[in-house]
Design a protein around this ligand. Structure first.
Ligand code: BGC
Length: 466
């Protein structure tokens, strides 16, 4: 019996049991997620005041676009490099590097005397976001005991949502003074905490073993497991011995294809179902339902809070009901709420009851994302790949996710202007229905199993229903 069905990370923490050390290092690694969320959310507020300092940004939609989406382009690059780096230099050193790069990027943005330096800072910050999005979930999934791996790894997504929410607050706090340099510079604080924290974090036992350091791998397992470590060590040993050859050539082997399809498919679906259209444009959407600006900004904070709270709910259930169930409920719920949003925006003259219904639907949509595609995507891509290619394969899925994110962020204003908001919501709804079908047919259940057992199933070509 690989897991105790009723045990979740939340229960463990409440009872004071579980392995405090694993929780601690996982929370520290999840700061990568906090920086990811904060640095992607902060620009929406900062850009309003950057425009005042640099007329070049104000006068050119292109330059403004580059300042805003520069971080996403940087993140795609960082994720592309990060996957290989995680396999080469190790998970821990990459976390260290990401903390340093985060710090540099935030510092450069805060002091930027020219637009060029500001853009350079955004790009550098983006590279760090890319590193963080690959290595955060990867590290936690490899250090965590299988029984609570889902909940622990999803702390990454929880921190992403907390990062986004704190960026809304920081934006709000500095909005009176317009101090955009402080908004962007605030990212240096978690970067320093991560940089110091990582010194206390052990390297992933799986990476150590596969890089010829079995004794250190054993020592880390002993520190992070409560019971017998021999079985897990044996499984790691077996996988490492079986796998040789370089990562990139391995990635193309046919037996890996189902896992690649799942990772890349979910990466695209997580974005084209519209989450960031809502996260980045919420105030605009809400204003168009008839709310004033103040009410829209307040409701946007509400959306951020719902995102955090529902991610906590997901963490409580992910190791109990499993990844597939959460994804299925989440994508079904997103489909229904988006369909209703499409109808509301289709009706002429939004007001009163309808604006409230639209806001409730947006909140429900975020809730369904937060229990499904939000955390489960990041979790699955850190679980379903074999050790020899895990960093690189996760990098491929993460790059795809950032590129899809960029595509949606750039095309949302164009779509709403051309086909209107209601058809845009329906389009996202259709993609959510596709995500449901995709999960139903292709996504495997990984709850409670060791990473090595998941890999064996892939080798033996065990389907989702078996
Ligand atoms: C997604 C981000 C999104 C965030 C919202 C993450 O899982 O990858 O693109 O902004 O969730 O909570």
């Amino acid at each position: 019996m690989p897991e105790r069905m009723s045990t979740t990370i939340v229960n463990d923490v409440l009872r004071g049991g579980g392995d405090r050390f694993v929780y601690l290092v996982s929370a520290m690694a999840a700061l990568n997620g906090l920086l990811f969320g904060f640095d992607t959310g902060i620009i929406s507020g900062a850009i309003l005041f950057i425009n005042d300092t640099f007329p070049a940004v104000e006068n050119s939609a292109l330059i403004e676009g580059i300042v805003v989406s520069g971080a996403m382009a940087g993140a795609a690059t960082g994720a592309a490099l990060g996957g290989r780096l995680a396999d080469r230099i190790g998970r821990r050193r990459l976390i260290m590097l990401s903390a340093v790069v985060f710090f540099l990027g935030s510092f450069l943005m805060a002091v930027a005397p020219t637009v060029e330096i500001l853009v350079a800072g955004r790009l550098i910050d983006g590279v760090a976001i890319g590193f963080a999005s690959v290595v955060g979930p990867l590290y936690i999934s490899e250090i965590a005991p299988p029984r609570i791996r889902g909940g622990l790894t999803s702390m990454h997504q929880l921190m992403v949502t907390i990062g986004i929410l704190s960026s809304y607050f920081v934006n709000y706090a500095f909005s009176g003074s317009g101090a955009w340099r402080w908004m962007l510079g605030a990212g240096m604080i978690p970067a320093v905490v991560l940089g110091i924290g990582v010194l206390k974090m052990p390297e992933s036992p799986r990476w150590l073993y596969s890089h010829g350091k079995p004794d250190r791998a054993r020592a880390v397992l002993r520190r992070t497991r409560q019971g017998d470590i021999e079985q897990e060590l044996g499984e790691i040993k077996e996988t490492v011995e079986r796998e040789s050859g370089t990562s990139l050539t391995k990635l193309l082997e046919p037996w890996l294809r189902p896992a690649l399809v799942v990772g890349v498919g979910l990466a695209i679906l997580q974005q084209i179902t519209g989450i960031n259209a809502v996260m980045y444009y919420a105030p605009t959407i809400l204003e168009s339902t008839g709310f004033g600006s103040a009410a829209s900004i307040l409701a946007t904070v509400g959306i951020g809070v719902v995102n955090v709270v529902m991610t906590v709910v997901a963490i409580a259930y992910i190791d109990r009901v499993g990844r597939r169930a959460l994804l299925l409920v989440g994508t079904a719920g997103m489909t229904v709420t988006l369909a209703i949003l499409g109808v509301i925006f289709y009706l002429p003259g939004l007001s009163g009851v309808l604006s409230i219904t639209a806001t409730v639907c947006l909140m429900l949509y975020i809730s369904f994302f937060a229990i499904g595609l939000g955390p489960v995507f990041w979790l699955l891509i850190s679980e379903i790949y074999p050790l020899a290619v895990r960093g690189s394969a996760e990098g491929v899925a993460t790059v795809t996710n950032w590129l899809a994110n960029l595509a949606v962020a750039l095309s949302f204003p164009i779509l709403t202007a051309n086909i209107g908001p209601s058809s845009t919501f329906w389009l996202f709804g259709v993609f959510s229905a596709v995500a449901f079908a995709f999960t139903f047919k292709l996504v495997p259940e990984t709850k409670g199993r060791t990473l090595e057992a998941i890999e064996n199933d892939l080798r033996e070509n065990v389907g989702v229903g078996d």
